[in-house]
Design a protein around this ligand. Structure first.
Ligand SMILES: *Cc1c(COP(=O)(O)O)cnc(C)c1O
Length: 356
């Protein structure tokens, strides 16, 4: 593997104090990882450099046709000062799956992992330690050919930036209210729904704005063909606990395969909790919520980890879930996953990767 050169900043920024609540994704650390790609040459000149602005040609393809891929994971500092990544191999594998769908060249796994570890190591003093805080890691690739024609770019830039973050929702682990969307859709099978890319996010904005205006914090997406089956909630995967069984939509080509989703399924299986990956219709969800058969509902994603749902709104119907309180399993999953992430609890083999 190519060695990563390191150019340290000569003017470090002031770090956020421990007293200020950190909001999500507003503060960035002193350094970033950067590597370039050129057709015929491959990925070259991997480096850690001071966090900086980019200078790009206005015709760069990413601005016009959205050829880009991103990832999201977190680093945590343990009480004894070790730095842990949570299942980074999963993110690297998914990044290259997204890249293949988006006609972006794959990134060698060892280079990706070494880039992650090196930049986190260089900026490890930025990892906040208060409960609920962590260092959010954002790897991303952009297409940089200066060209307005439509084809895959021949040049790319892969970067990793870091942001100290607090709890994703200002309200903490309070249950959120969810709007079931039956007008817009996020993604369709055959499209780019299972790739992590900006295009899926811009497709979601109009619905998110509408839901916010109505007092709801996230949107529950239905499938794009029948507008019938549950897919995801906002930018999270979704789980229901109905009559003691944990149910999550099966990966169907339009759902993003979340690392947190995979971790929740693995933990439930380990604990002997019945878990089903299958189609689940909005009618089944509404019926279960109305009769009280729905005991718990929560979203899963790196940013919030586990996000309990306290209310579902479908058309004119408002349905409370679990009396608007956090369910027992929801809380246990949150405590276990964050416990493993922080090195307080022992997770399955390979889930915690130490940065040295
Ligand atoms: C990133 C993402 C998720 C959650 O994935 P994690 O790996 O658990 O963070 C779910 N849905 C969408 C649309 C996403 O982009």
């Amino acid at each position: 593997m190519q060695t990563i050169r390191i150019e340290k900043t000569t003017c470090p920024k002031e770090k956020p104090g421990n007293d200020n609540p950190l909001t999500f994704g507003t503060i960035f650390t002193d350094h970033m990882f950067e590597v370039d790609y050129e057709e015929g040459r491959g990925w070259y000149d991997p480096r850690i450099v001071p966090y900086h602005k980019l200078e790009l040609d206005p015709s760069s393809m990413v601005f016009h046709y959205g050829q880009e891929m991103f990832e999201g994971l977190k680093a945590y500092k343990t009480e004894d000062g070790r730095v842990l990544l949570f299942r980074p191999d999963k993110n690297i594998e998914r990044a290259n799956r997204s890249n293949r769908r988006l006609c972006i060249p794959e990134i060698p796994e060892d280079l990706f992992l070494e880039g992650l570890k090196t930049v986190v190591n260089v900026d490890q003093d930025w990892i906040p330690t208060k409960p609920g805080t962590s260092l959010y890691i954002r790897p991303f690739v952009i297409a940089t050919d200066p060209f307005l024609g439509v084809r895959p770019s021949n040049t790319y830039k892969f970067m990793i930036i870091l942001s100290p973050v607090g709890a994703y929702y200002a309200s903490g682990l309070d249950p959120v209210k969810i709007w079931i969307e039956d007008e817009y859709v996020r993604a369709v099978k055959g499209g780019i729904g299972e790739a992590k890319t900006g295009g899926n996010y811009v497709a979601s904005l109009a619905s998110q704005v509408k839901a916010h205006d109505e007092g709801y914090s996230q949107v529950l997406w239905l499938d794009g063909v029948h507008r019938k089956y549950i897919e995801e909630v906002g930018a999270m995967n979704i789980f229901f606990k109905i009559n003691g069984v944990v149910i999550t939509p099966e990966l169907n080509g339009s759902i993003l395969p979340g690392v947190t989703r995979d971790s929740v399924i693995a933990l439930c299986k380990k604990w002997g909790v019945a878990v089903e990956e299958r189609k689940i219709s909005v009618d089944e969800v509404v019926a279960a919520a109305r009769t009280g058969a729905m005991e718990e509902c929560f979203g899963t994603g790196t940013a919030a980890v586990i996000s309990p749902v306290g209310e579902l709104r479908f058309e004119e119907d408002r349905m409370s879930v679990g009396g608007g309180k956090i369910g027992e399993l929801t809380q246990k999953l949150y405590d276990s996953i964050t416990g493993i992430q922080l090195g307080i609890m022992e997770g399955p083999e390979g889930w915690s990767v130490e940065v040295k």
